[in-house]
Design a protein around this ligand. Structure first.
Ligand SMILES: C[S@@+](CC[C@H](N)C(=O)[O-])C[C@H]1O[C@@H](n2cnc3c(N)ncnc32)[C@H](O)[C@@H]1O
Length: 456
């Protein structure tokens, strides 16, 4: 594809091109390949806020490994039928989201095709597809890490800009919950008044059902006057401020106390879950309830069944499984998450039904084998996948059902190969839009053992 127009290509000024957008990448970027000069290989241009079929004015912002990354504006009609007006005034400069310009159905299709491609690359053919599940496009995000940048008098608080490492200047964020979003502008003005404004690299947000917490990472001690400002902020905005001078073990309240717990309800199972602000919890707690319901439905009647819940966090799946009548073994690398899971079991009256252990499931020798013979396996690993012990767990396992919750289609597909080798078929799979407007996708697959148990 030849650019329709090129400006400034030979000068130091940014290259500007008028281009027809050919494809949509898995990252939600418009993509076009243009010829290079002097017989060099063609060049790929990746464009934010551009959709296939559109003609755009692109301005190159970054060049990396022969690829040009460009911002752009539509240069003419017609806009793609996939285009929808963005609900975010900071899109596409803010890199927190990349799909605000797409209709929801098309964004879901893009995410599902990521999963389809990943499975096809490993020759995994699901027997059935669950329709993509969506519930809330905005105001869903209860956890976030925002950068802080001071430039002269100005303070920026935000996600990184797309195609750059700079902190975006945000006034609000429509994917955060309204309470968290409403804190961004007041935070900018408060940080500007601190004696150590430039020594605050980031702020983490975490919100439970009733309380929001801000974890303020600071590289130098706060002055007494800084502490007064934070106290006023706490009262005015009904949030809890935690100061963090080093790792998470340094988190403390303004009066030097350890952090309090946050909580969320799982009303369908009569559960109240607690967690510490830095601990892993699902960012979209409404969708989390949908995930739990779906996982339980896939497992069917759990009365008197034994289940292993691997990568269990603070017991988000473990306790609903136990509430349905199963005996559950929950494993997790983080010792403080395991301690919280045990407390969660205790205060929800399920201590007799669960056993937790803090184990690195990738490396601990004890994690090479399943603890007991279980009837079902639930896996909810990090992005890196279930890890090197998966084939051994499957060799031990005599049950017929594995439910796999994944935040990375690539590792899900790679792990599906081990399941296939062990005699399982992917009976049904589907995506859940846990992170709308971003290209992140949550997948749940149900694997069913078909024939004889293949060893190894
Ligand atoms: C996607 S989260 C799921 C947590 C939980 N199932 C939930 O729904 O909240 C993945 C969990 O795996 C844990 N994890 C990461 N690497 C691990 C490892 N090597 N061994 C065991 N757990 C690990 C993380 O601490 C995190 O709690």
């Amino acid at each position: 594809m030849h650019p329709l127009r090129v400006r400034c290509a030979m000068s130091k000024k940014p290259v500007e091109l008028t281009l027809a957008v050919e494809h949509l990448s898995n990252e939600g970027l418009g993509e076009t390949v243009i010829p290079n000069h002097d017989g060099a290989p063609p060049r790929t241009v990746m464009m934010r806020n551009a959709l296939p079929g559109e003609t755009v004015d692109a301005r190159v912002l970054k060049r990396r490994k022969g690829v040009w990354y460009a911002e752009c504006a539509t240069a003419g009609e017609p806009a793609s039928p996939m285009r929808s007006p963005s609900a975010c005034q900071h899109f596409p400069r803010c890199g927190g989201c990349s799909l605000h310009h797409m209709k929801e159905q098309d964004a879901l299709q893009l995410k599902q095709s990521q999963l389809q491609q990943a499975l096809a690359e490993h020759n995994i053919e699901p027997q059935g597809w669950q329709k993509p599940v969506r519930i809330n496009r905005l105001g869903y995000r209860r956890k976030a890490r925002l950068g802080v940048r001071c430039v002269g008098e100005h303070v920026f608080v935000g996600f990184r800009e797309s195609f750059s490492n700079r902190v975006a200047r945000l006034d609000n964020c429509v994917v955060l919950t309204p309470q968290l979003s409403g804190l961004i502008t007041p935070l900018r003005s408060l940080i500007g008044q601190l004696s150590i404004a430039s020594k605050i690299p980031q702020i983490e947000f975490a919100q439970g059902d009733s309380t929001a917490v801000l974890m303020i990472r600071h590289l130098q001690p706060m002055s007494p006057q800084d502490l007064v400002l934070w106290q006023q902020f706490e009262q005015q905005h009904a949030v809890i401020i935690l100061l963090q001078s080093g790792g998470y073990d340094t988190l403390q309240t303004l009066d030097g106390q350890p952090p309090e717990r946050l909580g969320y309800q799982l009303p369908n199972w009569g559960l109240h879950m607690q967690f510490l602000p830095h601990q892993f919890t699902q960012v979209n707690l409404e969708m989390n309830q949908v995930l739990i319901r779906y996982v339980l439905a896939l497992l069917g009647n759990l009365k008197h069944k034994k289940v292993a819940d691997l990568f269990c966090g603070v017991g988000n799946f473990t306790l609903p499984l136990a509430r349905q009548g199963a005996q559950v073994w929950g494993y997790e690398a983080s010792a403080d998450a395991v301690a919280m899971a045990e407390e969660n079991a205790q205060h929800n009256g399920l201590a007799e039904r669960v056993s937790f252990a803090a184990l690195d499931l990738y490396t601990d020798s004890q994690a090479a084998a399943l603890p007991v013979q279980v009837d079902a396996l639930v896996l909810d690993p990090p992005r890196s996948g279930a890890g090197p012990n998966l084939p051994r767990w499957l060799a031990d396992f005599k049950g017929d059902r594995v439910v796999y919750v994944s935040c990375n289609p690539k590792t899900f597909a790679a792990d599906a190969v081990h399941l296939q080798t062990a005699g399982f078929v992917l009976q049904t799979v589907g995506i859940f839009d846990m992170f709308p407007n971003t290209t992140h996708v949550e997948t749940i697959g149900c694997f069913h053992r078909t024939g004889a148990h293949a060893d190894g």
